[in-house]
Design a protein around this ligand. Structure first.
Ligand code: LLP
Length: 421
């Protein structure tokens, strides 16, 4: 469910005509629908509302879309934030997410980031190694603080998703291997500056099958039971994010949040602790599109290339993961063409779609890459010295540029001539 549809022959985002918007801001750009973000958050939050101790925390995974206005939209609805860097934490705080709704994850937190989290008073750190327990204990002690932590467990579960976005397998860098997690919890409890309160896991992203998440949760439950049996308090369990979104109409849709919530309810029955969820893609994926202009159509030996003004630097997912984004014309004419849709970047991997049937377009037309709200703009770069792609948010008939396109002069200003040049 999203708010991008064709009205009067033109794609709209809520009440805003995207072709007119493209005239105003130029292409390429990302466009987010507030109504879709709000709806998806609410659907998820309502689905999990009664679970655990009845006070679950839905901590949006900021990495999926860290735009300040996206975070502020979610903060107003009561969202927390799952952050993995000092930069993400600063954004969440600036957007109005209360510190006590922020969870700090990540395998390589640096002492200055730990210090910033302690100073801000965040809810908890999800600690991912024995080495990190020692580091965080030292930073907390230097602050005369006692910080709440959860042990992030590597549950050795294969999530059955793309290898590059799979995090729960035995040989992944994430979490503490489950067989050492009990000992790690006890080790943390031995530090006066640490207060181990719970467990966490996240096994991967774009999950379309719930059974690996269910086995992961079951393993966390067994671990919690063992810890409680040994006299430790386990009051929070963070089950991560990972629920997939539909990218293609011709493939089965991932489970609905309500079905996911039923599974979590079943797997956590009787646990008596606060549950934390870290959804990212599910909240923002379908709430964003990337609009691009068609520069020209070029005939190869066997292929027809549609060359767009957006490149792999603006939307990396197809190049990096072979990911599929539906491509639609902003003004569909009713006929189709078979095209290989590429960007202007000087790499063969700068390909969005290979020999795909799309709505017919020509030079000067505009297209939308659908389901680009998650891991889109945030993974953009300035490769080929291309300006960072801007972001626009829409609410009803209103729109606002919520991240500017940086201009070549601004990019150049970050460089300096070495004194000998
Ligand atoms: N929590 C943790 C600890 C994570 O590492 C992630 C995602 C999430 C939550 C949110 O997962 P989600 O609900 O969004 O699936 N760039 C890739 C996705 C990388 C995901 C990394 N971790 C892509 O474009 O598909």
């Amino acid at each position: 469910m999203d708010h991008f549809d064709i009205r009067g022959g033109v794609m709209h985002a809520e009440g805003v005509n995207l072709d007119s918007l493209a005239d105003a801001v130029g292409t390429p750009f990302y466009c987010y629908s507030s109504a879709t973000i709000e709806r998806h958050f609410q659907v998820f939050a309502d689905a999990v509302a009664g679970l655990g101790d009845g006070d679950p925390l839905v901590a949006f995974a900021v990495k999926a879309n860290p735009n300040l206005s996206v975070l502020a939209t979610l903060a107003r609805l009561g969202a927390g934030a799952d952050v993995v860097s000092g930069g993400e934490m600063a954004r969440a705080l600036a957007a109005g997410v209360p510190a006590n709704r922020i969870v700090f994850s990540g395998v390589g937190k640096q002492p200055h980031e730990m210090a910033a989290g302690i100073e801000a008073g965040i809810l908890q750190f999800n600690v991912e190694s024995e080495a990190e327990i020692g580091m965080l204990a030292a930073v907390a002690a230097a602050h005369d603080a006692r910080v709440d932590i959860a042990i992030r467990v590597n549950p050795a579960v294969n999530p059955g998703t793309h290898a590059k976005i799979s995090t729960g397998g035995q040989d992944s860098k994430f979490g503490i291997p489950i067989e050492r997690a009990h000992a790690a919890f006890v080790m943390a409890a031995g530090h006066a500056s640490l207060n181990p309160v719970g467990l966490a896991a996240h096994i991967g992203s774009q999950l379309t099958d719930l059974s690996p998440i269910e086995s992961c949760i079951t393993r966390l439950g067994e671990l919690a039971q063992g810890l409680r049996g040994a006299g430790h308090g386990v009051s929070r369990i963070d089950v991560g994010g990972g629920l997939g979104v539909p990218y293609r109409a011709d493939q089965p849709a991932p489970p609905l949040p309500s079905v996911y919530a039923e599974m979590v309810a079943r797997a956590t029955r009787g646990w008596d602790c606060r549950l934390i969820f870290e959804p990212g893609r599910m909240i923002v994926g379908n709430a964003g599109v990337m609009v691009a202009g068609v520069i020209l159509v070029k005939q190869g030996t066997t292929k027809t290339f549609v060359v767009t003004d957006a490149g792999m630097n603006d939307l990396l997912r197809p190049s990096l993961y072979g990911a599929w984004h539906d491509i639609r014309a902003l003004r569909p004419r009713g006929d189709t063409m078979v095209a290989t849709v590429v960007g202007p970047v000087c790499e063969s991997g700068d390909t969005f779609a290979e020999d795909r049937t799309i709505e017919a377009v020509g030079a000067g037309d505009r297209i939308a890459f659908m389901t680009a709200g998650a891991y889109g703009a945030t993974m953009a770069s300035t490769y080929n010295s291309r300006p960072l792609v801007p972001e626009v948010m829409v609410k009803g008939d209103a729109w606002s540029v919520v991240s500017e396109r940086n201009q070549p002069a601004a990019m150049l200003a970050l460089d300096a001539r070495a004194p000998w040049l």
